[in-house]
Design a protein around this ligand. Structure first.
Ligand code: R5P
Length: 309
């Protein structure tokens, strides 16, 4: 039997170690080098001939380097006669570039999908995509897992009974509904208007938040700008306290400080991307390693992922 092999890219070694440990497998041996001119080199140190290969690599910052490393890894596997090549992307970089907004823009999420296919990737596994349509950009099997049940299990005991789940914009209403249903809490939705390419303004609030703790959810936190603005609008509407939950905690620049200064008491994220510095002690990282290991256990036996949803 050809078997399978899991390679860990360099984007998130701690998550890769947790997943391979949970699977009780030793990661495949490979050498990843960055040359002085910025080029990436991957050399597989063991045979993959005929094997199912799983490449574990969130394409988080530095996004371009991590995307390129994934592509180079896949190319190395394809040329070494791997069987099927599965890209496991706990975080799918460029997913927000999924439409053209009526401008002369690239749809980079689609371009990355096509590059993955060209490099030899047969199947993509990811988690909480920014929008569902990204699945359609990849011309092959695509599985999107969700960290919402994992986050809700951690959030449940910490939320006061009066808490309301808040979507920061209409685009996250479906995700917020998922949280509200699992946590058995009411739902509120903010609506925002885009003023410029980077600036938005909250214009409407649907739902009751006065005197309540708001659990604001999102798929990802980058600079924290969206959430700081949401907290401001909710505070104006009389909300009493703020907790945040998001699958992908990129938390770039001083996002944690900005959120703490805005009054966020607790910030739940997962480890799809490496953890950031938390001088304020508000971040709680919940691991998706058991979820990914469970998914991989099913996949290596060609079994359904249905039980994970
Ligand atoms: C936007 O549609 C996304 O769902 C996030 O709300 C956004 O990308 C987060 O970025 P930032 O934290 O920089 O506002």
């Amino acid at each position: 039997m050809a078997g399978y092999i899991v390679f860990a890219g360099s984007a998130n070694p701690a998550l890769a170690a947790a997943v391979t440990q949970a699977l009780e497998v030793v990661p495949g041996a490979a050498e990843v080098e960055r040359f002085p001119d910025g080029e990436t080199s991957v050399t597989l140190m063991e045979s993959v001939r005929g094997k199912d290969v799983y490449l574990l690599q969130p394409t988080c910052p530095p996004v371009n380097d991590n995307v390129m490393e994934l592509l180079v890894f896949a190319d190395a596997c394809r040329r070494a006669a791997a069987g099927r090549i599965h890209a496991v992307l706990p975080y799918y970089g460029y997913a927000r570039s999924d439409k053209r907004h009526g401008r002369r823009e690239a749809i980079t999420a689609s371009m990355v999908a096509l590059l993955m296919r060209t490099a030899g990737i047969d199947h993509v596994v990811t988690l909480d995509l920014h929008t569902d349509q990204v699945e359609g950009f990849f011309p092959g099997p695509f599985d999107t897992l969700t960290a919402v049940p994992t986050l809700c299990a951690a959030l449940g005991p910490e939320l006061p009974p009066d808490a309301v789940v808040v979507s920061p914009d209409a685009g996250r209403a479906k995700l917020a509904t998922e949280y509200a249903t699992r946590l058995d809490r009411p739902l509120a939705v903010l609506h925002k208007r885009r003023e410029t390419g980077t600036r938005t303004q909250v214009t409407h609030l649907v739902g009751e938040v006065e005197g309540r703790t708001c659990l604001i959810i999102d798929d990802m936190i980058s600079t924290g700008g969206t959430l700081v603005e949401s907290v401001g609008a909710l505070r104006e509407a009389g909300a009493a306290a703020f907790v945040v939950s998001a699958t992908h905690g990129l938390l770039l620049r001083n996002a944690v400080d900005r959120l703490a200064d805005a009054g966020v008491e607790r910030l739940f994220v997962t480890d799809t991307v490496p953890p950031c510095e938390d001088r304020r002690g508000i971040v709680r990282v919940v691991s998706v390693a058991p979820l990914l290991a469970h998914a991989l256990r099913q996949l290596v036996q060609d079994r359904s992922l249905q039980e994970l949803f």
